[in-house]
Design a protein around this ligand. Structure first.
Ligand code: FO1
Length: 334
């Protein structure tokens, strides 16, 4: 079976790692291929290096190198280089760049500088992290740079800051007036992105940020139309429980675009292509969607087994929603 997912960083990565676990534990599904379309709107250039936080979080989480407590960055990390940068007064210092993590940014920047595309670079990084052996393909949403900037107003006046400065330095505490996906007007889907949506047996939307992660991927020309036209059922998982984000600042992002911070409000952002929506059990009774089927499930991925159960529930709903039931269309029949 071919599964395609659109994903941001931490929440999406944990969900997709769990999905891979669920597939591998289910004999009939173990041969399934998973293609992840990763958000690159969080990307930032620091100290001359290109940093791709959501792609790296997906690589490290699926590859077994992520700092589990943080959900991003490497385990067993050190920050000797960052201390040197601080000693030289290099800025910014509000974005933690560990020594091991810098290895990724250095090699990605080197390969990009040699003219390789972000798709090619991501594939080479994924090889080191063993993704091909897991039958996982990680694609950037686009090979052309897109950066989410946040328009805000504070003591320093009205200005736009990079998403990471808003998210990390300001902790999303200053209200975002607007998000601007800089470069989106020149962006095209990376090779394989539209094909991954069109040939999927199932499309999943993990509990990533609906505005600055999945919302940015949906902004890449052609992606939304491909989802609308896809024969595959599209099933998403609410990133909110009772209006509160499971993690991160999704509520602040939704407020910025005038969408209510509820599972129904988020589903409304996907309503033109969504077929199934997993919400928390407490929200199930209150969420009614015009065309998508809503199911209540425990959404907290408190441990790896809970995450695998959630991923299994999303897949099960998608298979139930397939025209003609569970039989598989793709050549990757198992
Ligand atoms: N998040 C933080 O809250 N503080 C940091 O210093 C930080 C550094 C960082 C470095 C590399 C990386 O891949 C991610 C990093 N993140 C940090 C997380 C990042 O801001 C978010 O994961 C995404 O960009 C939003 O989903």
């Amino acid at each position: 079976m071919r599964i395609t997912a659109l994903s941001g960083g931490v929440g999406g990565a944990r969900f997709l790692r769990a999905l891979r676990t669920h597939l591998d534990r289910t004999p009939a599904l173990a041969g399934s291929e998973l293609t992840i379309i990763g958000n690159t709107g969080d990307d930032i250039t620091l100290f001359g290096l290109r940093v791709c936080p959501d792609l790296d979080t997906l690589l490290y989480t699926l590859g077994g190198g992520v700092h589990e407590g943080q959900g991003w960055g490497r385990e067993e990390e050190s920050h000797r280089v960052q201390a040197e940068l601080a000693a030289y007064g290099a800025v910014p210092q509000w974005f933690a760049l560990g020594d091991l993590d810098l290895g990724t940014h250095i090699v990605r920047s080197q390969w990009l500088g040699q003219g390789h595309s972000l798709t090619e670079v991501t594939a080479r990084l994924a090889e080191r992290w063993g993704l091909p052996e897991q039958r996982v393909t990680l694609l950037p949403m686009s090979d052309s740079p897109v950066e989410t900037h946040v328009v805000l107003e504070d003591a320093e006046g009205r200005r736009a800051v990079h998403f990471q400065e808003w998210w990390v330095r300001l902790q999303a505490a200053v209200p975002a007036q607007r998000f601007q996906a800089v470069g989106m007007d020149r962006a095209t889907p990376a090779p394989g992105v539209l094909d991954a949506i069109r040939t999927a047996d199932v499309v999943l939307l993990p509990p990533s940020n609906p505005v600055v992660s999945i919302g940015i991927i949906l902004g890449v020309p052609g992606v939304r139309d491909a989802l609308r036209g896809s024969a595959a059922p599209v099933v998403g998982v609410s990133p909110l429980i009772g209006g509160i984000p499971v993690r991160g600042h999704a509520d602040a992002c939704l407020a910025a675009i005038g969408v209510e911070s509820t599972a129904a409000g988020v589903a409304g952002l996907y309503e033109d292509f969504l077929d199934g929506w997993l919400v928390s059990e407490q929200d199930a009774a209150s969420v009614r969607l015009p065309r998508a089927r809503v199911e209540g499930r425990p959404l907290l991925m408190t441990d790896r087994d809970a995450a695998a159960r959630l991923a299994g529930a999303a897949l099960e709903l998608a298979l139930e929603l397939r025209p003609g039931g569970v039989e598989l269309r793709s050549a990757g029949r198992d």
